[in-house]
Structure formats: structure tokens, C-alpha cells
Ligand binder design. Structure first.
Ligand SMILES: [Zn+2]
Ligand SMILES: [Zn+2]
Length: 276
């Protein structure tokens, strides 16, 4: 698998001189499977430029996995231009109970009071597909999900192909007793041994007292979680919109000092890719 970050920011797009390095677009990732089949995770504002590339590459079909429907994960959808083409088809995957509302949610944000083109006028063929308890197969890649700890039902996804695994787990407050719908141990088991984990690290430990229950983690928790899960490489993502590049650099530096020998920590950078 080849994976690329198209949006790494949490909450709201945050362009400006302080966010040039890590990027200002909200959550979106692209996965190219070994046979070049393309998958997208989330439709934050990063999906706009990805759409341009999809069109220029002549790709006619995509699978889009939605973790949840907060703005920073769906706001780019109306600007994803392949959906305006009749030659394009899109499968949108979700997990219950959010899945049952996905069509209404995506339709809702394209009502005329918000956007000039309505969902029903999209030319592409769009199908909705539910991921069940046993996961699904996309060609040779196995995809499984687990609920995260977030105020709205949200899911993390694990992609496995050719014995390698990659987990995307954003919008997750690790080990928070008040909102913990899923025990820490279950999350550990889900992630255990992953080659690459991309995890929420919106806050610093000292900021958590003000942000308890928002459904995001401190970078310190994300690092200790990745260590315990024996992950090889961790990307910190869902950067706080007020976090300047210099602070993310500092966080990544400190994270690598406490991560230990077996784990490398990186900051997720818009436009960068990695091989799994
Ligand atoms: Zn988010
Ligand atoms: Zn969220």
C-alpha cells in the first residue's frame, strides 16, 4: 500500500504562514493498493485537491471510507469534482449507527442554503455500503473497523494487504473514563503490531484538563499507546488549528525522545506519503 496525507488538520481549515509545513486542510488520506486501486479515508477539505489529481489520472472508481460526519471530515465532499462526472462511480463506506444517516448527512450539507448543487443532481453513480462486524475485502486488502472514543459515533479503520497493516485512528480520546465507549485494551488489541498507526494527537498533556471529553488525545497518550501496541511507526495527526508548525516540530522531537527503540514518531504532513 502507498498512503498519502491530503489533510492533517483537525476541527477547521487553518491556512496561514504558521501552518505551511504541516498543512491547513482537514482530514483526508489516500491509499493506493498494490494493484493501484484507490481508496480514500474521509472527505475533509484535503479531498478537494485529491479530486483534481484523481481526474487528471483518469481514475473512474473510488472507495471512500468515512470515520464520522463532523465537518472536518465531510466538508470537502461537495468540492470533490469527480462526483460531478457521469463516468465516475463512488462507493461510500460507513459503520452503524452513523451509516444509516450518511445519505441524509451528505444531502443535508448540499442543500441550497449551504451549496449551489444538490446531492440529487450529482452525475456520478454513488453507492452506500455498510461495514459489518467481520469487515470487508477490497480486492486483496482486508478492512476492519472499531469504534473510537469521540462524542459522535466514530470509527477507526485497519487496512491489511500482503501481510502489512496500517491503522487510521483519529478523533479518539484514549482512555477517558467518561466517554470511553470502548475499553483501552480493545483499542490496543485492534492496533497491536501494526506497521503504521496514524493517530489523533490534537493536544498536549497540559491542555487536556480544558479539553476533556472533546474526543481527542494528547500526543503523550498517543505515543504511549503506540508503544504498548508495539507499532513500528506512529504519525501524529489531527493537529490543533491553533498549533503552529514550530510547535508540531517540537512535539515530534520530544515524542521521539520518549518513544523508545522500536517506535519512530512522525508528524503527519499534508502532501507526504509513505509505503506500508
Ligand atoms: Zn475531527
Ligand atoms: Zn470529530
Amino acid at each position: 500500500m502507498k498512503v498519502k496525507f491530503w489533510g492533517t488538520r483537525g476541527s477547521i481549515p487553518s491556512p496561514g504562514k504558521d501552518t505551511v509545513k504541516y498543512g491547513g486542510n482537514t482530514t483526508c488520506m489516500e491509499i493506493a493498493l498494490k494493484n493501484n486501486r484507490e481508496i480514500i479515508i474521509d472527505a475533509g477539505t484535503g479531498i478537494r485537491l485529491l479530486g483534481k489529481e484523481i481526474t487528471s489520472k483518469g481514475i473512474k472508481h473510488l472507495d471512500l471510507f468515512l470515520t464520522h460526519s463532523h465537518w472536518d471530515h465531510i466538508q470537502g465532499f461537495p468540492f470533490f469534482t469527480p462526483i460531478f462526472s457521469k463516468d465516475f462511480s463512488l462507493n461510500i463506506y460507513g459503520v452503524s449507527p452513523t451509516f444509516e444517516r450518511l445519505l441524509d448527512i451528505l444531502k443535508g450539507q448540499m442543500e441550497t442554503i449551504y451549496f449551489p448543487v444538490q446531492f440529487k443532481h450529482l452525475a456520478a453513480e454513488i453507492r452506500f455500503k455498510k461495514i459489518g462486524n467481520s469487515g470487508i475485502l477490497i480486492d486483496n486488502a482486508k478492512v476492519n473497523s472499531i469504534r473510537t472514543n469521540h462524542p459522535l459515533e466514530t470509527h477507526a479503520f485497519k487496512f491489511e494487504e500482503n501481510g502489512k497493516s496500517f491503522v487510521f485512528m483519529s478523533d479518539n480520546e484514549l482512555d477517558h473514563p467518561d466517554i470511553a465507549k470502548v475499553p483501552y485494551k480493545k483499542h490496543l488489541d485492534f492496533v497491536k503490531g501494526a506497521d503504521i498507526l496514524v493517530h489523533d494527537a490534537q493536544y498536549r498533556k497540559g491542555e487536556m484538563s480544558k479539553c476533556k471529553g472533546y474526543g481527542h488525545s494528547s500526543w503523550q497518550k498517543a505515543v504511549s499507546f503506540a508503544k504498548q501496541a508495539k507499532v513500528k511507526k506512529l504519525y501524529l495527526t489531527h493537529h490543533d488549528p491553533y498549533r503552529p508548525d514550530s510547535e508540531i516540530d517540537e512535539i515530534v522531537g520530544k515524542a521521539n525522545k520518549i518513544s523508545g527503540d522500536g517506535l519512530t514518531v512522525m508528524g503527519a504532513i499534508e502532501g507526504e506519503s509513505f509505503e506500508v
